[in-house]
Design a binder for this molecule. Sequence first.
Ligand code: AVJ
Ligand code: FE
Length: 477
Amino acid sequence: MATAAADTAADTASTTSAGAAAYGALADPGALAGSAEPAEPSVRARAALEAARRRTLALTDAVSDEDLVAQHSRLMSPLVWDLAHIGNQEELWLVREAGGRPGLRPDLDHVYDAFQTPRADRPALPMLGPAEARAYADAVRAETLEVLAAADTSPGQAEPLLADGFVFGMLAQHEQQHDETMLATHQLRKGPPVLDAPAPPPAPADAATLPREVLVPGGPFAMGTSTEPWALDNERPAHTVEVPAFWLDTVPVTNGAYREFIAAGGYRDERWWTPEGWQHVQDTGLEAPLFWSRDGDGWTRRRFGHVEPVPDDEPVLHVCWYEADAYARWAGRRLPTEAEWEKAARHDPASGRSRRYPWGDGDPRPEHANLGQRHLQPAPAGSHPAGAAPSGARQLIGDVWEWTASDFTPYPGFTAFPYKEYSEVFFGPEYKVLRGGAFGVSPVVCRGTFRNWDYPVRRQIFAGFRTARDAGPGEDA
Ligand code: AVJ
Ligand code: FE
C-alpha cells in the first residue's frame, strides 16, 4: 500500500488524539497559535492553505506518474491537471490579483481554464507533467506566502478581496474542492487500494431507537449569511424565508432502506420517477447505486479499491438526484427543499436566530461531524449526537452530501464576487443543490450555509439524501 492520505494531511488525520488535535487545529486555527483567542485572519489563512496543500500532495503522491497523467473516467480530469489547475488559480488570484505581481506562468492560463476545455477533453491539453506540475504549484505557493505576509487582512480593510483574508480563504476552499474532486477520481480508478484510513466508530447505542423523523416548526428563518467572513458569493446575502412546518428524516437514508426500494422493483416502476428520471433509467440501465454489484442475494460495493459487503446501517452514497427523488416518492415522501434543509440545519427555535452549524456557532470538531477525510466512508446512521440540530436531526453536516429538491438559483440581492464563473454562470434549472458536505469535505469548505450543485444524473460525487413530508394541520407544536 502506498502513501496513506490519512497520515499526512492535518484534516485527514486518524482518530488518535494527535489526529483529533490536528483536525481541531485546522477547523479552529486559534488552537494553532496555542491560544484560546480566535486566530488573526492571516494565521487562519496560512493554516488553511497549508492544510489544503498537505492533502493535495497526499492525494497525488499516492499514485505513480503514469497514474497521475491517466484519465480514470471521462467524468474527471487527469489528477495532474487538477494539481496544476490548483496552482494556476492560486497564481491568478493570490499572486497576480492580491499581490499585484506579474505572476509565474501566465502562458498556462488557457491550459488550466476549466471553461475552455471540458473534463473529457483535458487529456489532449499540453499539460505540465507530474514533476513540472509539482514544481509549479510549489513556486506559486512560495510567492503566495510572501504576498500573505505583506497583506493587510484586517476586517477593516477597504479592499473586499483582502478584508478578513477572504481571497486567501477562497483559494484554500478552491484547493479543498479540487481535493474532493481528486478523491472522487481515486474512487473511480481501478486497481488495488492506495488510500487508507480507519473506519468510523460504531453508531452510538441510541441510534437504533431514534425516531424516524423530526418536526421542524413553521415560520420565518434567516437563510444565507452576510457575516461569515469566508462564505462564497452564492451563500449571500442573509434573507428571511418563510418555511411551513415539515417532518424530516432524523438521519440520511441508509443502504438497508435503499435496498428495499431496489428489492421492491423501484427501478422498474415508472410511477416513482419523473419523466426525465425514467428516461434516464431506460437509457442507462441503472439498477443500483454506482459501485454496487450483485453478489448472490446481496450486494457488494467497491470503495477505494476494497470490495466489501454493502453495510446496511451506513447512509447510501453514489446515487443521482433522479434516484433520490424516485426513492422518496416510493416511500410516500419527497426530497426537502434547500430552504427546508437549511432551516433544519441552522434555525434555533429558542432564540429565533440561525446558527453557523446544527450544533451551534463553534467550528466543526470530530465529535460533531464526519468531515475532512479522517475516514474514507460515511459513519453509521445515528452517529454524532453531539452534532445534532435543535430538532434532533443528526448528520446534516458531514458523511454524505444531501440532494435537495431545489434548483441552483441566486438569493435575492446576489452579486457575483469576485468572479461570475464561480456561481453565476451555473444558476438555472439544470443543476440541483446539494447540502451538508461529505466525509471527504474539509471543514474549511463546509458550513450551514454552504451550497454545492451538480447535474441530476451525477453519481460519482459523494452524494446521498434524506426525505421529508409536509406537517399536517395541528402538527406544528
Ligand atoms: C462547487 C463543486 C460545483 O468543482 O465544479 C472548483 C467548485 N469551482 N473550481 C466544481 C469549483 C471552480 C465546483 N463545485
Ligand atoms: Fe477549479
